[in-house]
Design a protein around this ligand. Structure first.
Ligand code: BV8
Ligand code: ZN
Length: 277
């Protein structure tokens, strides 16, 4: 790891060591090293479409087959991806702090980490369950602001089902239909122009407002309202730490912006020894 990266990581570790409340916001970049394409990188294209063209209710109404073809491909691809060192480091960090709660550190009561993700790939949940183990403590599950690609929802009555069967997106007739009302099912994700689930959003912003540190990993910080979560921490008097190989609109607002990949930076940033003062 480069000299300056090490220096940034040690400054960021100092801020984390003193933080009682930590919220984490992740985006597609944390899953890049797991082989999940990001949205706005060049690999974010699918055939000749951009995500914004397909992840909308209008696209689904216009061409449900094309939208389902994209989601079927993504679901199949994501189901074969594994959490990477970045997901694992975050899961262990959250588990470690949950174990410390409610011990009082020198700066007051330590709170469990609140993990907020824009990703729909389920990799944080898999890392959390692996970190806890079959009979371990409750896994630190993420708040999924944009839903999950591994659940379907009825496009008419809203009935939700786990999406474990492969999708045959070859013909309209083979697309999944609701067992209650017969309407087309759709992926249970939040599309552009759709409101996020109010309760999930409220929990994310309440945690961000109360946080001493908001750690932002792997997001271009362009999609709202998710991109405003770190701003809520700043408005509440906390600081922002960023991990991203590229500069983003948040970089200038961050106390430390670590120019590195999540899989390299997070294990160093969140290593337990010495992270509790
Ligand atoms: C809503 C689910 C209102 C689907 C997604 C205010 C201002 C501006 C615009 C708006 C606004 N309010 C609303 C909007 C419109 C819109 C929006 O934000 N548009 C953007 C494009 C300008 N927002 C909405 O429509 C939202 N809805 O506000 O509704 C409303 C209210 C009431 C009633 C009705 C309506 C809904 C937004 C949710 C859209 N759904 N996903 C699916 O996945 O299929 S968004 C999609 O983008 C993904 O969730 C993705 O996570 C998200 C954000 O992208 P990123 O995660 O940041 O990914 P990206 O590729 O952009 O960047 C990757 C980053 O990682 C890069 O910075 C890269 O450098 C970095 N990186 C790469 N490798 C690594 C790495 N970092 C670390 N390590 C690495 N190895
Ligand atoms: Zn239905």
């Amino acid at each position: 790891m480069g000299e300056d990266l090490g220096e940034d990581i040690s400054r960021a570790r100092d801020l984390l060591a003193r933080a009682r409340r930590v919220v984490v916001l992740t985006g597609a970049g944390i899953s890049a090293e797991s082989g999940v394409p990001t949205f706005r990188g060049e690999e974010g294209l699918w055939k000749t479409y951009r995500a914004e063209d397909l992840a909308t209710p209008e696209a689904f109404a216009r061409d449900p087959l094309l939208v389902w073809e994209w989601y079927a491909w993504r679901r199949d691809h994501m189901s074969r991806c594994l959490p990477n060192a970045g997901h694992v480091a975050l899961a262990k960090f959250a588990l470690g702090r949950a174990a410390e709660t409610p011990a009082s550190g020198p700066t007051g009561v330590i709170s469990p980490v609140v993990l907020v993700t824009q990703n729909v790939d389920g990799l944080h949940e898999r890392a959390a369950r692996d970190a806890s183990g079959p009979s371990g403590p409750a896994p630190a599950l993420p708040l999924e602001l944009h839903g999950s690609i591994f659940r379907d929802r009825c496009s008419r009555c809203g009935r939700s089902t786990p999406a474990d069967a492969p999708i045959d997106a070859s013909r309209l007739e083979t697309l999944p239909r609701c067992g209650s009302c017969g309407a087309l099912m759709r992926p249970a994700v939040v599309w552009f122009g759709e409101a996020l689930e109010a309760a999930v959003l409220a929990r994310a912003f309440a945690a961000a407002r109360a946080a001493d540190v908001c750690l932002v990993v792997g997001t271009s910080a362009l999609v709202h309202p998710a991109a405003s979560v770190p701003i809520a921490t700043l408005q509440g008097g906390g600081v922002v730490l960023e991990v991203n190989p590229e500069e983003t609109p948040l970089s200038d607002l961050a106390a430390v912006s670590i120019r590195g990949n999540a899989g390299d930076a997070l294990p160093a940033l969140l290593a337990r020894e010495g992270l509790r003062r």
